[in-house]
Ligand binder design. Sequence first.
Ligand SMILES: Nc1ncnc2c1ncn2[C@@H]1O[C@H](COP(=O)(O)OP(=O)(O)OP(=O)(O)O)[C@@H](O)[C@H]1O
Ligand SMILES: [Mg+2]
Length: 355
Amino acid sequence: MNQYLQNIMNIIQQDENLSAEQKEAIAKSIKEAEKELEITAFKLDRTEKVKRTTAILLEETIQELEQKRKAVEESNDALQKSLEELKATQQQLIQSEKMASLGELTAGIAHEIQNPLNFVNNFSEVSTELVDEMNDEITKGNLDDAKEIANDLKQNLEKINHHGKRAGDIVKGMLQHSRTSSGQKEPTDINALCDEYLRLAYHGLRAKDKSFNADFKTEFDESIPNINVVPQDIGRVILNLINNAFYAVDERKKLNESGYEPTVIVSTKKEGNNVLISVKDNGTGIPQNIVDKIFQPFFTTKPTGSGTGLGLSLSYDIVKAHGGELKVGHIEIENTSDSHVSRGITFIIQLPISE
Ligand SMILES: Nc1ncnc2c1ncn2[C@@H]1O[C@H](COP(=O)(O)OP(=O)(O)OP(=O)(O)O)[C@@H](O)[C@H]1O
Ligand SMILES: [Mg+2]
């Protein structure tokens, strides 16, 4: 029994003024009081325990939150860094494209690959940490939290895939760039070359997409002499212009305008000391506000995976390396409600007959 209650009990037992019944009644009350005290002490103890467990759980939750915050912060930093690098590299690339040196551009592209690689590395690192966290949550039975982490993981994997594909596209473009330097110049029949690549482009597209169809015509000046060029390189320029033209007419065809006939015309002409090769289409055209950008490396309006945006910049470099010019010809503006949108475009390759 509680020491203080025992003392009271002893004093009462020795008091001669109290009767035996009174003493018994008091003793009973004291025992009841002791029981109450014990219950209260037990409850207090339990409350204390609950408080301690809650504190531990709270501490754990705070730690988890802190970990998640760090992960988010890290991927934000990585994103920000890559974005800045991307901007800086793009700037450099545009500069070196102006300098028009194939070697410089190739080096620039290799540098460009670093950006998607950084994304891939950073996101896979963060994802590894997330897997550990998810496992912890599963062990603890917190399935809702685990699901949330799984969603984050999926998003990261999608990003990794996206940037991996981009790196792949860039490598493809880079190989094209580097291959150009190996060829030898030789006297070349430009009309035959145009004809060959026009067919190549048309049948290449038909092989990829059975539903693709467009009219193509040639208007060759038979009086042009053979000129000294690297045939694979000039062929690649013509191929890119024709591919762009076919793409543009196919896009316009999808608009289902009545009476629309997709047409691409390749023509040649002698003008002074130059041979002009023009590729004309009646496709979607190029809005005035982007026409200045189309020669920039990586500029594309095609959906991801369809184009790298290197076609025209590569072509520009090749033509420059031949002492020629690659220009956008006259833009035909139809009476559309949007006067800024031209319909159809002509690209002109100008090559010197004798250097
Ligand atoms: N004939 C055209 N008609 C309309 N737009 C064109 C035409 N040619 C080029 N463009 C525009 O210029 C952009 C850049 O062309 P470029 O050839 O450099 O790259 P791409 O065709 O997008 O990709 P890639 O050639 O690497 O497959 C195109 O995405 C498109 O917006
Ligand atoms: Mg192209």
